[in-house]
Write a protein of this length. Sequence first.
Length: 222
Amino acid sequence: MCGATLAVGTDRMGQKPLVYREDPGRFLFASELKALLQVPGAPRELDPVSLDQFLTYQYVPHPRTMLSGYSKLPPAHRAIYENGQLTVQRYWRPGYEDPIERPQPTPNGRMLCEKPFPKPGRLRLRSDVPLGAFLSGGVDSTIIAGLMQQQSGDPVHTFSIGFPVKQFDERDYARMAAEHLGTVHHESVVEPRALEILPKLAWHYDEPFGDCSPFPPCTFRR
């Protein structure tokens, strides 16, 4: 890339990941660590500092990865590779200048939710496929599903995950919320055989991840 400039970046929230490696005379990048490991001769040495961070935090924070020499580009950052030199810059920071408008509680203690869906939420309702939301029957997921149902011209599909053990199963509450909102409701139960997806889940994550919360939704997505 003599005389050329390459610029790559991540979105503000880091929803789309970017992993990179800088070698003499070249800059490698991809959306997944496993893609960079396909480069002939790619090193695969464990980073002991990243291992320590994982054992401390249960994940590997930016900019490190579990492998030495590979880095994750943090959210709202750009990487510029020019004349053999790499520069990483932050291009955006969240602003807190405007006061936060807090909804006032109603006399019976419920919060007012009649205001229009905030702009960031409306943007995420733009889709050429049916919209869906996970629904547990709790306050937060029920409000989100309800606001989606108000804004969408078609019925929203809601999804609930249950467990064979009654004390961990919230499907009854989810059914009540779905019936009240008028969503197209779907359910799935996490059975012991769901452990079969663990190898595939590990493959998708690229790195160790100490939170088991993604496991039940992934059984549903199959």
